[in-house]
Design a binder for this molecule. Sequence first.
Ligand code: GLA
Length: 378
Amino acid sequence: MSACREQVTGEFNRRFGESPAFILRAPGRVNLIGEHTDYNDGFVFPMAIDRATWIALRPREDRTVHLYSMDHGKETTFDSSRPERGKGWQEYPKGVAWALNEDGYDLKGWEGVTICDVPLGAGLSSSASFELAVARAFACSSGFAWDGPRMALAGQKAENQWVGVNCGIMDQMISAVGQRDHAVLIDCRDLSFRHVPLPPGTSVVVMDTATRRGLVDSAYNERREQCEVAARHFGVKVLRDVSADDFAARESELNDLTRRRARHVITENARTLRAADVMEKGQARSLGRLMNESHDSLRDDFEVTNHELNVIVDIARDMDGCYGARMTGAGFGGCAVALVERSKAKDFAGMVSRQYKDTTGREPNFYICRAEAGAGLE
Ligand code: GLA
């Protein structure tokens, strides 16, 4: 039994004097390829990881939500039909209640305990996992059917309009629709998706540089605007609708910066579709090559890597058994991801860790991840 599951169950028992009616979890994620494409209506290829937000709960007859967070050592109580704005971790559950109300759901209350083992702020989508866990809790207490994409949209709406972070749809989608041992190719335009099994004999290793993205919001929003400017030049709303041929025919009309931003998104969409195809065929080597190309494009054209991400990726690529490595998530700090021969994954983590520390003086964290199922009842 997972440690988190034991902990929320134990805490629930202590607080309520009985066992929880429901235990559920919603995972964090690592993106294998398809970066800064989601808000361009493009393609992403993430997997849900074996780290998650857990909630143990029992439904209530009224509309009140009462939740104790073991991570913060604090509790919150709010009316799910009329949450009020405030500050702190409780804005996530309140925002999700607000978004579900807006989408027409009739919410019932619940009370329970939550805990999370997705590292916070590392770029592994702890917030999306919290949002989807809360959405799942409302589905249990209110008795409505689980609709992954619709729940992901509610989570994103909470994040964008209640918490105030301007993210795309990738993190919430993968937390909603992940599948064990599979990555998921998601079309961020219509939210259709395809589960693809990970190549046999490989491990996905997340490498946390122990740098954090700091003032990322402004840089992230700036990239979004640059993409919109580029799209407008081609007479479309989003870069998804610019083909490689359109781009080649007219790229000389763009200034250098806009041209490089657009080139990243357009080539990244193509790489992501190819990645799903080669993975379907079990071709780890080709997949690794595409991951390498993706990082280079994010470093040179999109300019969202930092020094430490480039260092850890370079070290990783030189290791025996590594098929490919790249930064993952928004960038500017946080994590990189490598595809590694499974039998070598432990040694790989140890050796990259040592070299990275020698080079940068920072202590990195490594997670050899398993692809897990999306939000669900245990
Ligand atoms: C963050 C956002 C996602 C996506 C990535 C970049 O993780 O939350 O929506 O835009 O950055 O691919």
